[in-house]
Design a protein around this ligand. Structure first.
Ligand code: F6P
Length: 511
């Protein structure tokens, strides 16, 4: 079974028929994994089809590549690196070897140092504000998780996240900050990212202007893999830096020292619960047979939707306001991992790879783009995410919220026949998965993130791409470096195409 064969598989009948023919369908297609209840019964699948998808996984080598990742092999071939994010959440007494060395003790040494520092900040009444400066994986993960776990945050300390090179971002945060009570975390795997370094320099100037140079060690720490650049920037890499490793990809790093702001916010114990949530999902992914392996099944359903049925996008719609940034987080996780056109050997691929991921929390989206997902000509597979219990006391709100989640899932799948009034006709048969848990806790958030990480890994294997490099971001960065001096001085633009030259010229005359 190959990816190209998907298009030749018989399409299942309408979801109405599938449910009518099988009263036990919901039971059979609901999976329990850790604290998650994952309902794929409203996906356009049958047992035969799932059988074919499992064959596809087998012929693509999903088990072998998963095992190679857990064995610490250098599966990130283009960068010649191991892919070890699963080691970041292993218990202290376990082992994950990279090049024959167990990295778990190093992981726990950093976690312990983070915990000491986080406890110190939490106990220091002068500190009320933590500003994380980072971008991409050094921002989206901690920013998303901080918001998601708002119910667990320290009462005195708030966190802000500055990412954009647009000065409006840092200006907004600094306008509302007091130098004496602000801690900056400069988070960058490479410590070479222009956005982060520019924002960090601006923040440093702002602090020094207010409190003097001697205040820097108490107000700046770094998180990075590059101690030399951290020291060059003026942060003491021996005492004020938390490290991680090149085998942790940026978009897989929220559970490394990149999560320092989150640890300060929720405390070391809750952070460890967060990690244990990842780990329980890792263990399931590592050990469950393919037919019961939830990340594998969800990955295969995604491949079926995209490559078999031709649905190009996927919406992730959390019915939990705290997960407002989860779709943005998943965009980087999925699209930077699997948005590729060549295989592991550099050969051009003849099929579609990763989907376009998007989404917003419900019920807001219902009053914006749901029109299209119910009646548009394009079909958008949906992941709904919701929780039995909220972290607030407004029970009426929560009942209404979850009623809407359930109703949307039903409406998409079954529609409503109304051919006499075509504008009121809902065709249904629009596939969706419903992921539920009792409550959004640190552990449940870890489980959810790891679930999607492994979906991306499995899909990358099936697409035949390297999910762990990101060369596609380089060209734009290189050209921006070239254009920057052309905007303000010599050389005069002229080396570009006529449109680019004109854009530069326009800016030079209007700035
Ligand atoms: O430009 C893309 C990227 O390299 C992401 O992969 C990464 O998460 C982000 O930039 C930030 O990189 P760094 O942590 O090295 O500053």
């Amino acid at each position: 079974m190959e990816l190209a064969d998907l298009a030749n598989l018989a399409q299942p009948p309408h979801l109405r028929t599938l449910f009518a023919d099988d009263p036990r369908r919901a039971e059979r297609y609901v999976f329990k994994v850790a604290d998650l209840r994952v309902d794929v019964s409203k996906q356009r699948i049958t047992d035969d089809l799932v059988g074919s998808l499992i064959e596809l996984a087998q012929s693509a080598g999903v088990e072998q590549r998963r095992d190679a990742m857990f064995a610490g092999e250098r599966i990130n071939v283009a960068e010649d690196r191991a892919v070890g994010h699963v080691a970041l959440r292993m218990p202290a007494d376990s082992s994950f070897e990279i090049d024959g060395v167990n990295v778990v003790p190093d992981v726990h040494a950093v976690l312990d140092a983070m915990a000491v520092f986080a406890d110190r900040v939490r106990a220091d009444d002068r500190m009320t504000h933590v500003v994380n400066i980072g971008i991409g994986g050094s921002d989206l993960g901690p920013a998303m998780a901080y918001q998601a776990l708002d119910a667990f945050r320290h009462g005195r300390i708030r966190c802000s996240y500055v990412s954009n090179i647009d000065g409006a971002d840092i200006a907004g945060v600094l306008a509302d900050a007091d130098p004496a009570s602000t801690l900056f975390i400069v988070a960058s795997k490479t410590f070479g990212t222009i956005e982060t370094l520019t924002n960090a320099r601006t923040a440093r100037r702002w602090l020094v202007d207010a409190l003097g140079e001697q205040a820097v060690p108490d107000h700046f720490v770094a998180v990075s893999t590059n101690a030399e650049r951290v020291a060059d920037f003026g942060i003491d890499a021996d005492n004020n830096m938390f490290g991680f490793w090149d085998w942790v990809g940026g978009r897989y790093s929220v559970d490394s020292a990149i999560g320092l702001s989150l640890m300060i916010s929720i405390g070391p114990d809750r952070f460890r619960e967060f990690l244990s949530g990842f780990h329980v999902m890792d263990e399931h992914f590592r050990t469950a047979p393919l037919t019961e392996n939830v990340p594998v099944l969800l990955a295969l359903i995604g491949v079926w939707n995209a490559n078999g049925l031709g649905f190009d996008t996927k919406a992730v719609l959390p019915y939990a306001n705290e997960l407002a940034r989860f779709p943005a987080y998943l965009q980087q996780l999925d699209m930077e991992s699997n948005g590729k056109s060549v295989d592991l050997k550099g050969q051009r691929i003849g099929h579609d790879t990763g989907p376009i991921v998007w989404g917003e929390p419900g019920t807001n989206g219902q009053h914006a783009f749901y029109q299209l997902i119910h009646q548009g000509t394009r079909i958008v597979p949906v992941d709904f995410i919701g929780f039995a219990r909220a972290h607030h006391d407004f029970q009426e709100h929560h009942d209404l919220l979850i009623a809407n989640l359930i109703a949307q899932s039903e409406a998409l799948a079954f529609g409503r026949d109304n051919r006499s009034e075509p504008w009121r006709h809902f065709a249904g048969d629009r596939p969706n998965t419903v992921i539920l848990a009792d409550q959004l806790t640190p552990s449940v958030l870890g489980q959810l993130i790891a679930l999607y990480e492994h979906i991306v890994h499995v899909q990358g294997t099936i697409f035949g791409v390297n999910s762990y490099d990101q060369w596609g971001v380089e060209l734009g960065k290189e050209l921006a470096n070239q254009v920057t001096p052309e905007l303000t001085g010599s050389p005069d633009p002229g080396a570009h195409d006529s449109s680019t030259n004109a854009l530069i010229h326009w800016y030079r005359t209007h700035r």
